[in-house]
Design a protein around this ligand. Structure first.
Ligand code: CU
Length: 158
């Protein structure tokens, strides 16, 4: 997990591909877009704009991916994301390979980050995360999740 603020993106220490994906997503004015799926670089990098109400963390399950990195960027409202290090997911359900996700009941040694508008959190494959949790009470939020295929960070072998 890495985090930062889009105002100080250069200082976040992100891999070049992730920084470029975030810059490209921001240049498309996600604030103004309707919820939905938007391609940035074909199937390798795309973004999902979402608008929904946050919920108590106990009402939600954690998610896990194998192929795509998530950059979770909050656009408006406030949101908590519960998360854990790679390998900390417990009670996982069956894998949805096509959609690249798996739901898990629990996160061992769970951590919490609170996002304000403009802040982002990056989750790598294997790191469980439970986005969309409320801070003090349920609240409407708008956010964008930029999905980056892990293969785009690795140069093709010669
Ligand atoms: Cu995710």
């Amino acid at each position: 997990m890495m985090m930062g603020d889009s105002q100080t993106l250069a200082s976040a220490g992100l891999h070049r591909v992730l920084k470029e994906a975030l810059t490209q997503a921001l240049s498309e004015s996600p604030h103004e877009k309707a919820p939905g799926h938007y391609a940035l670089q074909g199937d390798d990098i795309f973004m999902n704009v979402m608008q929904f109400a946050t919920q108590p963390s106990g009402d939600k399950k954690a998610e896990l991916h194998e192929q795509y990195i998530d950059i979770q960027l909050l656009l408006s409202g406030e949101e908590r994301i519960h998360y854990g290090v790679a390998g900390s997911a417990l009670g996982c359900e069956e894998k949805h390979v096509e959609e690249d996700y798996q739901l898990c009941a629990q996160i061992a040694d769970e951590q919490v980050v609170t996002l304000r508008p403009g802040m982002f959190a990056v989750f790598f494959p294997g790191e469980p995360h439970k986005p969309g949790c409320m801070v003090t009470s349920p609240q409407e939020i708008k956010k964008v999740v930029i999905k980056v295929n892990i293969n785009t960070l690795t140069p093709p072998s010669p």
